[in-house]
Design a protein around this ligand. Structure first.
Ligand code: CO
Length: 134
């Protein structure tokens, strides 16, 4: 079902302050910066080999990422696994009793479809499934 780790999401208070470290010091290529209105975040995608780092800056205090920052401070927010067929993957998980935040996929950054598994089912490690082509 899972193909690989597509990206690791990191919650940051400011992309502007964080990007220079990842881009200039670690030398990651910036694939794009985009606002995802749905999740009230600004997202920067950085390539590392075949995986990516996703920096997430909230654009509103109501953003789930803003609430995460308030509770935990900046740091690792979620792990995203790539799947071929996200609808099938969600149906399988739900059938098997996994708790889901998103029972149907929604639009992620850069034309992907994404869905989150409830952290209760993953011992606190917020888990995203993503499908890159559809
Ligand atoms: Co993500």
């Amino acid at each position: 079902m899972l193909k690989k780790i597509n990206h690791i999401g990191i919650a940051v208070t400011s992309l502007e302050e964080t990007l220079p470290f990842y881009r200039d010091n670690l030398g990651m290529a910036v694939q794009g910066i985009e606002e995802v209105a749905d999740q009230k975040v600004k997202v920067a995608m950085l390539q590392v080999g075949e995986s990516k780092i996703e920096l997430l800056e909230p654009t509103s205090p109501e953003s789930p990422v803003a609430r995460f920052l308030e509770k935990n401070g900046p740091g690792i927010h979620h792990l995203a696994y790539e799947v071929d067929d996200i609808a099938a993957a969600l149906a399988k998980l739900e059938n098997e009793g996994t708790r889901l935040i998103d029972r149907t996929p929604r639009k992620g950054a850069h034309g992907t479809l994404i869905a989150f598994v409830h952290p209760k089912s993953s011992q606190g490690a917020l888990t995203e499934l993503c499908q890159t082509s559809h």
